[in-house]
Write a protein that binds this ligand. Structure first.
Ligand code: SAM
Length: 304
């Protein structure tokens, strides 16, 4: 990422942290009262996370990270915004939840957090901040143990470059689908969490990653794609005509064509003859868990 893009994006996010933490959109009070606000699909898909080591990339102020901890995972969260990480640590203290929050760039995650995670989790609005999807996929693979899983839920790239027409609300194509390497300069005033918030840092540089690039990057990084689900529902009201269902998600009404709004991508780090030893031995070559291992110990990971 160019320094300019990095500086603009960090200033944008740093300024918005207090707005998000105080907004009804994230409902921090509900979280403190014990509410689990992760998508129901996410909770069902990942199943029993108790005792699993989960890293949340671009964790923002840590709300989703802490929700996974509440469901029993051993969690780490990483974000490049210092105020976001400070807020995440404070929230963890207030809720009395064990979690490790680290400030840093996604591309430095394996060096900062290690390489022995069972799950890499990444939520909506994350990938568009990253210039290089191949490098991101490699980071994901590096963080995971062989057999570990990537769970990615994202806004759909087909909709990313569209904005509602100011008068009719109809989606209009505003930006490229295939972002050029330098990124797209985007002007965003306020925030999705509070549209009337006064903000000074309103310019970002973003990259839309087409679905094919994300999938191919993961395959090249040694990940096996298990599921790619596109959905006509969104966590947010992306266009004014969308209506909210009983599940809380927003969709086009039946008299309008539906569009892909979000996608879920699940992939597993392949176990190979070269990397299976990482499941059995630590970095010094000593047996994990005190020895007495055989290939059968790899099987639980294979099943995930
Ligand atoms: C839309 S937020 C993610 C929101 C999250 N899915 C949620 O709903 O809480 C995007 C996050 O990415 C972080 N971010 C952007 N670029 C980054 C980078 N290069 N490295 C680490 N974090 C980054 C921002 O600070 C921000 O917290």
């Amino acid at each position: 990422m160019t320094n300019d893009a990095h500086r603009l994006n960090r200033a944008f996010w740093d300024e918005r942290v207090p707005i998000y933490v105080g907004s009804g959109f994230y409902d921090v009070e509900g979280f403190k009262a014990g509410r689990i606000s992760l998508g129901p699909d996410e909770v069902r898909d990942l199943g029993d996370v108790r005792g699993k080591r989960l890293v949340h990339l671009q964790c923002h102020f840590g709300l989703d990270t802490l929700l996974w901890a509440r469901l029993g995972a051993e969690v780490s969260g990483l974000d490049f915004s210092e105020p976001a990480i400070d807020a995440a640590r404070m929230l963890a203290r207030q809720a009395d939840i064990d979690a490790l929050f680290v400030q840093g760039d996604v591309y430095d995650a394996p060096a900062l957090l290690g390489r022995d995670f069972d799950i890499v989790y990444t939520g909506v609005g994350a990938l568009c901040w990253l210039p290089d999807i191949d490098r991101w996929a490699k980071v994901v693979a590096d963080l995971l143990l062989p057999g570990g899983e990537l769970y990615l839920v994202e806004f759909h790239p087909a909709i990313w470059g569209m904005e509602p027409n100011a008068v009719t609300g109809v989606p209009e194509v505003r930006y490229d689908y295939f972002t050029r390497p330098g990124g797209e300069r985007v002007a965003v005033e306020g925030s999705y969490a509070q549209t009337d918030a006064a903000t000074a840092h309103n310019e970002t540089v973003e990259w839309n990653h087409d679905l094919g690039s994300a999938v191919t990057a993961l395959i090249r990084a040694g990940m096996e794609i298990r599921e790619l689900r596109e959905a006509d529902a969104s966590y947010t009201q992306r266009f004014p005509f969308m209506v909210q269902g009983d599940d809380g998600h927003w969709r086009a009404p039946p008299d309008r064509p539906n569009l892909p709004m979000m996608y879920t991508l699940r992939a597993v780090k392949q176990i190979t003859s070269l990397n299976y030893r990482e499941l059995l031995y630590d970095e010094r070559g000593l047996p994990l868990g005190g020895g007495d291992f055989s290939l059968t110990d790899v099987k639980p990971a294979l099943k995930r």
